[in-house]
Design a binder for this molecule. Structure first.
Ligand code: FAD
Length: 467
């Protein structure tokens, strides 16, 4: 059976970008249809990304924390792991949020069409699902996201070779597991499996874990997590992965490569994500896609086709849910006739590992590359009452100021729950705050965010005399 729907706005993809765009467009009075190939809304983030990983990391933190309480006079027994219950808990968290999205779509009268959408013209998308639907639209917002990168020499079809999606399904707890890639997604999942009892190795091509973060953050992070790993292989690459009956045999090459192949019970491949730009018939709508599969947009998020916008992972880095959400709003507002731009000063990045590794704005590495005259001040958590009381003394809070005008241009935190401090740092950068603004703000004691104020006080220009 074939249906035809006419709408003012069609949104392709129901991840954080897509649903935010659809809801904002509906709130602005537009008639909206949202297409999603899966039966639940929420995209990668809610179903197989941000949310299930955080539900599992929450459990992992409790398991790990309980191990250290003996020193403080409280001893817990060995944790009993019930994988079925853990899976059910994770599904419940996901279901609560995706179910909420269904309700919100209904409340706003956003029509959801389930199936795979492909452009067939500048004003038409065909959706193949249980039935075929042709959608004629005035404007479209492409929010079709990304998927894990697969490497040609890896047997991805073996059930012991995982990507982030299969790792989140918790198929079993491997005795020995390799994280292939030392970035945020791999390390977050590594923390979960380590807490559940797996022994870990990690291999990373670059010379530090979480390569996008400044070296000082990575150094503290690596020292803290070292006990969870048998081997952290930096500046090393994988050259061969063989699925055999007794395990996955991996061959390494580089600075820290073992001299013979190592056998693993599971290998998590987390080497990045690739955009879905080449899979949606973009060319038929006159939408330009680059050779990597990213869709090009201007700062109003308009593609090369005047009536079509694109947002989220499919338009480029950083591939983060909060970037997609904000872009979704801007695209919808422009379609509704407003003149809005996506030009944030900062988009925070957070690894929700323990310790968390977080940064926003200009990193020290970037400041050096760009020749910015900057000063970085660092407040060690070993001097924070809250951090000492919470066993988090290895962390620090770093603020990066522009020496020309004393304004905050970047900030970073490593430490347990450090991500919660990024809100203040981002707001300060967006508002153009200087060191004095932050130093004079009264922070509650004892909190971790107090370290932001204390770091600002360490900056030379933070206390100025009145004229
Ligand atoms: P997506 O969420 O990828 O949604 C795109 C949707 O489009 C999908 O539902 C897809 O099914 C649908 N779609 C694609 N093609 C079609 C088609 N042809 N027809 C119909 N539907 C289609 N980000 C954070 O900010 N914080 C985190 O903590 C975080 N943790 C993560 C953990 C993991 C394990 C992973 C994998 C990612 C994580 N991310 C995190 C990244 C985050 O999930 C993405 O940046 C975000 O989901 C991107 O949103 P999006 O709307 O662009 O696309």
């Amino acid at each position: 059976m074939s249906n035809e729907i006419k709408t003012q706005v069609v949104v392709l993809g129901a991840g954080p970008g897509g649903y935010s765009a659809a809801f904002r467009a509906a709130d602005l009075g537009l008639d909206v249809v949202m297409i999603e190939r899966y039966s639940t809304l929420g995209g990668v983030c809610l179903n197989v990304g941000c949310i299930p990983s955080k539900a599992l990391l929450h459990l992992a933190k409790h398991i790990e924390d309980s191990k250290h309480m003996g020193d403080h006079g409280v001893t817990f027994g060995e944790p009993k792991i019930d994988l079925d219950k853990i899976r059910a808990h994770k599904e419940k968290v996901v279901g609560q949020l995706t179910g909420g999205l269904d309700q919100m779509a209904k409340m706003r009268k956003v029509k959801v069409v389930t199936g795979k959408g492909e452009f067939t013209g500048a004003n038409e998308i065909k959706v193949s699902g249980d039935e075929e639907t042709t959608i004629k639209f005035e404007h479209a917002i492409i929010a079709a996201g990304s998927q894990p990168v697969e490497l040609p020499f890896i047997p991805h079809d073996d059930e012991r070779v995982w990507d982030s999606t299969s790792a989140l399904e918790l198929p079993f707890i491997p005795k020995k597991m390799l994280l292939l890639g030392g970035g945020i997604i791999g390390l977050e999942m590594g923390m979960v499996y380590s807490a559940l009892g797996a022994k870990l190795d990690v291999v990373e091509f670059m010379d530090q874990l979480i390569p996008a973060a400044d070296k000082d953050l990575a150094k503290v992070f690596t020292k803290e997590i070292k006990p969870k790993f048998d081997n952290i292989m930096l500046e090393t690459k994988v050259t061969k992965v063989e699925a055999k009956k007794d395990g996955i045999h991996v061959t390494f090459e580089g600075k820290n490569a073992p001299d013979k192949p190592v056998k693993y019970d599971a290998v998590l491949v987390a080497v990045g994500r690739t955009p879905n730009g080449n899979k949606i018939g973009a060319d038929k709508a006159g939408v330009e896609v680059d050779d990597k599969g990213f869709i090009k947009t201007d700062n109003q998020l308009r593609t090369s086709a005047d009536n079509i916008f694109a947002i989220g992972d499919i338009i480029g880095q950083p591939m983060l849910a909060h970037k997609a959400t904000h872009e979704g709003h801007v695209a919808a507002e422009n379609i509704a006739g407003k003149k809005h731009f996506f030009e944030p000063k900062v988009i925070p990045s957070i690894a929700y590992t323990d310790p968390e590794v977080c940064w926003a704005g200009v990193t020290e590495k970037e400041a050096k590359e760009q020749g910015i005259k900057y000063e970085a001040v660092t407040f060690p958590w070993s001097a924070s009452g809250r951090a000492i009381a919470s066993d988090s003394t290895s962390g620090f809070t770093k603020l990066i100021f522009d020496k020309e005008n004393d304004r905050l241009i970047g900030g970073a935190v490593v430490g347990s729950h450090g991500g919660e401090l990024m809100g203040e740092i981002c707001l300060a950068i967006e508002m153009g705050s200087d060191a004095e603004d932050i130093a004079l703000t009264v922070h509650a004691h004892p909190t971790l965010h107090e370290s932001v104020g204390l770091a600002a006080e360490m900056y030379e220009g933070s206390i100025t005399d009145l004229p």
